[in-house]
Design a protein around this ligand. Structure first.
Ligand SMILES: O=C(O)CCC(=O)C(=O)O
Length: 302
């Protein structure tokens, strides 16, 4: 069976790097999120935490941005379709387009997201890695395979968080599920293609094959929430997550931003990564350049 419009990390699409001058901080500083100490502790313990309604006021803006993106994927970086020809629905994802889509940029630069990220990472700074959008259209049945995000990325360190915002009501049966505490397993698993769940080809001896989570579901403590538009799920880049193959009975859109704390540096991986940072000629152990990955929050010191 041939793949439908499948483009994975395709460098022949538009450039993912922002032109200089795009990351201009707003004149009025964005509001500061007030995370509770209890939630910060839960995030540290479980590797995932829910912040209900945190971005309700941004849902319309982000939906508008995503409509542009879904309508003309070829105009944006890393468009990926993960439903095979002849299968029902559409599973679209794409990342690194905040400099092209004003609505994404408004949210990233003007919302409390950066401060939320900094607080949950317990960091002094929050550096934007990128944004990543997802859309499963009504009727889609393809599961998001179990995976964690760090091995897809050419960064390393411990202070990380993704802020995943539901842009539609998402019932529990099609929401992302998380393995509680899996960020502390001390192992990295081979990245997988969303199209068919197959492992990325790589020669990295430090990566392990992912266990068959579905087969042994009772072994794990799974965290999952029914989500309302604007709810945010925060998770560590090491936390394993995935969905069932239950049919989406309505559209399921989500907008995620990926954040890096103080200890995160570039890490050359043996496998392909997203985005392919090596193009910018930086070396392992160095911080990511701020022109492509702006620091959007700094902890105030007394
Ligand atoms: O929404 C999904 O199905 C996948 C989300 C995901 O894998 C991620 O945000 O890393």
């Amino acid at each position: 069976m041939t793949a439908k419009k499948t483009i994975k990390g395709n460098l022949t699409t538009v450039d993912w790097r922002p032109a200089s001058g795009v990351s201009v901080l707003p004149a009025i500083p964005p509001p500061e999120y007030e995370a509770s100490a209890k939630d910060i502790e839960l995030f540290k313990r479980d590797g995932v935490v829910l912040q209900p309604s945190a971005f309700k006021s941004w849902v319309n803006t982000l939906q508008m941005g995503l409509e542009k993106h879904l309508g003309n994927p070829q105009d944006y970086a890393f468009p990926c379709e993960s439903v095979e020809e002849g299968q029902p629905g559409r599973f679209f994802d794409s990342y690194c387009n905040w400099h092209r889509i004003q609505e994404y940029r408004d949210y990233i630069f003007q919302s409390c997201a950066a401060s939320m990220a900094g607080q949950f990472m317990r960091a002094n700074t929050a550096q934007l890695f990128h944004e990543h959008v997802f859309c499963k259209e009504s009727g889609t049945q393809i599961p998001t395979p179990w995976h964690h995000d760090l091995p897809y990325y050419s960064v390393d360190g411990f202070q990380t968080v993704s802020i995943y915002i539901a842009l539609d009501k998402i019932p529990e049966k099609t929401a992302i599920r998380f393995i509680k505490g899996s960020h502390k397993w001390g192992k990295l698993f081979s990245p997988r293609h969303f199209l068919d769940g197959s492992n990325y080809k790589h020669s990295d001896p430090t990566l392990h094959p992912i266990p068959d989570v579905e087969e042994e579901l009772e072994k794990y403590e799974i965290l999952v929430w029914e989500l309302e538009p604007g709810d945010a799920v925060l998770f560590d880049f090491r936390t394993l997550h995935g969905t069932t193959g239950a049919k989406n009975s309505s559209r399921r859109r989500a907008f995620s931003t990926r954040w890096l704390g103080d200890d995160i540096t570039y890490h050359e991986r043996a496998s392909e990564t997203s985005p392919p940072i090596s193009l910018t000629n930086i070396h392992s152990g160095e911080r990511l350049p701020e022109d492509c990955f702006p620091i959007l929050w700094r902890r105030l010191t007394e």
